[in-house]
Design a protein around this ligand. Structure first.
Ligand SMILES: [Zn+2]
Length: 64
């Protein structure tokens, strides 16, 4: 992932970069969604998105 893409939606954020917890977002909507995931420990959503075939460790542990 390069440094000009929104961490949440992957859009190029251009001049509207919003930095939150060392991640970059294109808008407050994306930042807020990340914040919600983060607060609820749902950031494994991003693992799913980045590598669709991989089973997130949390899910793996849950099934074991
Ligand atoms: Zn975005």
């Amino acid at each position: 992932m390069d440094n000009t893409s929104c961490f949440h939606c992957g859009d190029d954020f251009g001049k509207n970069q919003i930095v939150f917890q060392e991640k970059s977002f294109c808008c407050n909507g994306c930042r807020t969604i990340f914040e919600i995931f983060s607060v609820n420990e749902l950031t494994c959503y991003y693992d799913l998105q980045n590598s669709p075939r991989a089973i997130p460790k949390k899910v793996e542990a849950f099934n074991a």
